[in-house]
Design a protein around this ligand. Structure first.
Ligand SMILES: *Cc1c(COP(=O)(O)O)cnc(C)c1O
Length: 352
């Protein structure tokens, strides 16, 4: 078979394997489904839709509502069925892709499938932003720099002054700095003021985490109208399904629950972090997200030990610099207790 471009043959697939477990802390999802009253309203909206009809061309109905709620120009919003597809569009559009190592793996994967040159700069020992390295890399041909803020998969939050230094360099050298705010509700940060003042900065957001809508598939880009116009062309027409739009319009009538839940999750995250300080061999890193990165002496043994006790987490030890690391989503208080209990029980039997 020679139908495909050579660079696409034999690519490894996305590193995710479904595993059944009683307690699922592996995908940074919200542990809670939509509030029941909202879900009921969404179902009524779905029933009233004509399923034989195409949805809006570019999710105009949702973008009008988002524009009003976020005080962002309508022309600068691009919707996608998950922000992953927008990442792919950005990678396809750009001369080159730059990110940090480690980082959310879909940036590198998107560059690879688009055959866009890709480079990563290693984070510091304690996951500090490699500012000098990034500024240096941005002296080259301009492209897109993806930076999760707060950072995934480390949970670190970079200083605003450092992010602003990257934004200034983006202006000087013609780059687009894309701040991926997938977890911003858990850190309480919001880079809209920077992005509004600087057209070389765009923001990426998702409904998959704080909103509790991972199954619905929706994310969006906030950018200048010029940047949005390019990215919009790389997202398929009628790409946001009518049912997704109906559910988004429903939650956007009552968006307060997402922030309330994110704040509760942040408190739980701190409780779990504090509890892990007592663990004899595991070390959690400070986090500003809805997950904790935990360094263990042996990631394979820790993962298997937790799973044997019904707790599913995500291994991260395949990333350079994350040897021994697991990523644990913050769940309900009961789920977090079950994780902590298993973590300490493993230490007791010498398996961690
Ligand atoms: C979860 C996550 C996303 C969300 O992707 P969707 O396709 O919108 O579900 C984006 N970026 C980062 C860093 C994430 O962790």
């Amino acid at each position: 078979m020679n139908a495909f471009k050579p660079h696409l043959r034999g690519l490894p697939s996305y590193p995710y394997k479904k595993v059944e477990a009683r307690i699922k802390l592996d995908q940074n999802e919200s542990p809670l489904d939509l509030p029941p009253s909202l879900k009921q309203r969404a179902l009524e909206r779905l029933a009233a839709l004509s399923w034989n009809r195409y949805p809006e061309l570019h999710a105009e109905d949702v973008r009008v509502r988002l524009a009003e709620w976020l005080e962002w120009p309508f022309e600068g919003i691009v919707m996608g069925p998950g922000s992953n597809l927008i990442i792919q569009g950005l990678a396809q559009a750009s001369n080159c892709v730059l990110d940090t190592a480690p980082a959310f793996p879909h940036y590198a994967f998107s560059a690879k499938i688009a055959a866009t040159p890709y480079r990563a700069v290693r984070l510091g020992e304690r996951f500090e932003l490699p500012l000098e390295g990034l500024l240096g890399a941005m002296e080259g041909e301009p492209g897109v720099l993806f930076l999760p803020v707060p950072h995934a998969p480390t949970g670190a939050l970079f200083a605003q002054a450092e992010v602003e230094a990257l934004a200034e360099q983006a202006v000087r050298s013609g780059w687009l700095l894309v701040l991926d705010e997938a977890y911003h509700q858990f850190s309480g940060t919001d880079y809209r003021p920077l992005a509004k003042a600087n057209p070389n900065v765009a923001l990426l957001r998702t409904f998959s985490k704080a909103w509790g809508l991972g199954g619905i598939r929706a994310g969006y880009l906030l950018a200048s109208p010029e940047v949005a116009a390019v990215v919009q062309n790389l997202v398929p027409p009628f790409g946001l399904p009518a049912h997704t739009a109906a559910i988004l319009l429903t939650v956007l009538e009552q968006p307060g629950y997402a922030l309330e839940r994110a704040q509760a999750t942040a408190l739980e995250r701190e409780r779990v972090y504090q509890a892990l300080l007592e663990h004899p061999t595991w070390r959690a890193y400070p986090s500003h997200t809805n997950f904790l990165l935990v360094r263990t002496p042996d990631a394979a043994a820790a993962f298997a030990g937790l799973l044997g006790r019904g707790v599913l987490v995500r291994r991260q030890d395949h990333y350079a610099g994350l040897e021994g690391c697991l990523r644990v989503s913050v769940g309900t208080p009961a789920e977090n207790d079950a994780f902590l209990e298993a973590a300490f029980a493993l230490a007791e039997v010498g398996h961690a």
